[in-house]
Design a protein around this ligand. Structure first.
Ligand code: HEM
Length: 476
């Protein structure tokens, strides 16, 4: 802590003196390829090496100018205080074009504002709270399957579970194994499509990865159309109180509704953004827990005290502090959304550095979460740093990203796994509740032992842990 303070007091790294804006320091690249190859290799090491050059660093990759930002104060300016001066930008839009151009995560300006307002009612605390029992029931059933398997491929199993929970709550349906597979195959085809060699060839040139992606997206489209058809043919929109209904029945203030393609884009966005992130988070949570018997003992003791011999309920959540600390700490070490992208709407100055409107900002969540200026012993899994933090709600009743107990002088945006400002994750409350309940439901039933000893995360669509195997034993 003492070390952190002295670093903080010594000021931000490299920041130009006030009133003398200058270009950010530039990372020199190889001619032509610049840093594209390093970026495409996908490891988090590239981000680490950029961060070693300062808090604001410029580099070129994939023919685009990037500016990486590792200062929490500047992250807060971009996402919150000056959010209207930044848009999602070309990098994010190009991803949106591939999957869901009019999905909530990809639109800008007035269209985004109207859609966010329309969809927000599906995520009120009352709604999310009503999902708790389904989350627990579906996790309990998955726990039985995992125990029967003996050794699980955690990434795969967690992905099946979080998808099951997502559709069982937000869409109030059971997705059979075949349909579940369609969603997960589309997601993995997307990961291949936007990483590695596939991004190096011109858009018009077909590659196996691109053809596979097109095929799997077509299968996903077909499935989403069927879901909508089935809902319309059933009780009809308006009969239930879920996200699917909100989408089908919703009216904008001028009386217009979303056309079929727009509904499709939203569904695809939620299917992808809502299950993959949580699956990755759950994978890291369980793997970290399997490697730390002290934390495991503490969690077991808490579960016994709070839940007795029963599964957790929504009412138990505030008392499940160790479980919450485990979730917080796993999201710190392995934030599934490892970076956030923005682009200035016009040339501007940030932290004393000039930014041009064609530059894409990378707000480096992963690096900031592990920066020893803000975190003691940052590489270590230490859930206890979150205990006794007090308070998780701000004045508006919105959950905060979380606040660590040893926070003292730590800037708020030293931790932002769910982003911040108006575009923070709409599913944050949902995801936090799901992870806490799933963790407790699984830990009550199962013991975990690591088969995969080391995890090397790679920066794909999310922070991909690769294959993670755990031995699972029923403890009842
Ligand atoms: C651990 C799980 C999750 C993490 C770490 C996470 C992280 C994030 C982050 C960092 C953003 C902001 C991106 C930006 O500002 O550019 C975001 C946005 C978003 N998330 Fe999540 N998310 C999670 C779970 C979910 C769930 C469960 C859902 C849906 C049920 C969801 C739906 C969305 C959507 C639709 C957006 C775009 C919001 C907008 O632009 O208005 N996420 N998420």
């Amino acid at each position: 802590m003492a070390e952190q303070h002295s670093l903080q007091e010594s000021g931000r790294r490299d920041a130009p003196a006030q009133g003398t804006a200058r270009s950010p320091p530039t990372l020199d690249g190889l001619p032509v390829l610049d840093h594209t190859l390093s970026l495409l290799r996908g490891g988090v090491e590239f981000g680490d090496s950029v961060a070693a050059h300062g808090d604001v660093v410029r580099f070129d990759a994939m023919g685009m100018p990037f500016v990486a930002v590792y200062d929490p104060e500047l992250v807060q300016q971009v996402l919150v205080d000056r959010n209207d001066e930044f848009r999602k930008g070309d990098y994010e839009t190009s991803l949106g074009e591939l999957v869901a151009p009019r999905g909530l995560a990809f639109t800008e300006g007035e269209q985004w504002r109207r859609d966010r307002q329309l969809l927000q009612p599906a995520f009120t605390p009352r709604h999310v709270q009503s999902f708790a029992d389904t989350m627990v029931a579906r996790t309990a059933s998955a726990a039985d399957d995992w125990a029967a398997e003996g050794t699980v491929d955690l990434r795969e199993s967690a992905s099946a579970l979080t998808l099951d929970i997502l559709v069982g709550t937000l869409f109030d349906i059971d997705l059979d194994a075949e349909r579940g597979q369609v969603v997960r195959e589309a997601m993995s085809a997307l990961a291949d499509r936007i990483s590695g060699a596939s991004t190096m060839v011109p858009e018009w040139l077909p590659t196996p990865a691109k053809r596979r992606f097109d095929r799997r997206m077509a299968a996903l489209d077909e499935m989403v159309e069927a879901l909508v058809r089935e809902r319309r043919a059933g009780d009809g929109p308006g009969s239930r109180d879920d996200l699917l209904d909100t989408l089908l029945a919703a009216e904008y203030p001028d009386g217009s509704t979303m056309d079929a393609e727009h509904v499709r884009d939203q569904l695809v966005t939620f299917l992808m953004a809502g299950h993959e992130t949580t699956a990755v988070a759950l994978t890291y949570i369980l793997w970290l827990l399997a490697g730390d018997s002290t934390v495991r003992d503490r969690l077991d003791a808490e579960i016994a005290t709070v839940c007795g011999g029963s599964d957790p309920t929504f009412a138990d959540l505030p008392a499940l502090e160790v479980a919450e600390a485990v979730v917080n700490e796993a999201l710190r070490l392995y934030p599934p959304v490892y970076a956030i992208y923005r682009q200035p709407v016009a040339d501007t100055v940030l932290g004393g550095y000039e930014l041009q409107e064609d530059q894409t900002l990378i707000l480096g969540t992963y690096q900031i979460h592990r920066d020893d200026r803000w975190w003691d012993d940052p590489e270590r899994f230490r859930p206890e740093r979150w205990l006794d933090a007090g308070g998780g709600e701000d004045e508006d009743g919105e959950d905060e990203n979380g606040e660590a107990a040893d926070a003292e002088d730590r800037p708020e945006y030293a931790y932002f796994p769910f982003g911040g400002g108006p575009r923070h994750c709409i599913g944050m409350r949902f995801a936090r509740m799901e992870l806490q309940l799933a963790l407790v439901t699984l830990a009550r039933r199962l013991d975990f032992e690591r088969v995969t000893e080391t995890v090397e995360p790679s920066a794909k669509v999310t922070l991909d842990p690769g294959t993670v195997r755990l031995r699972v034993r029923d403890r009842r």
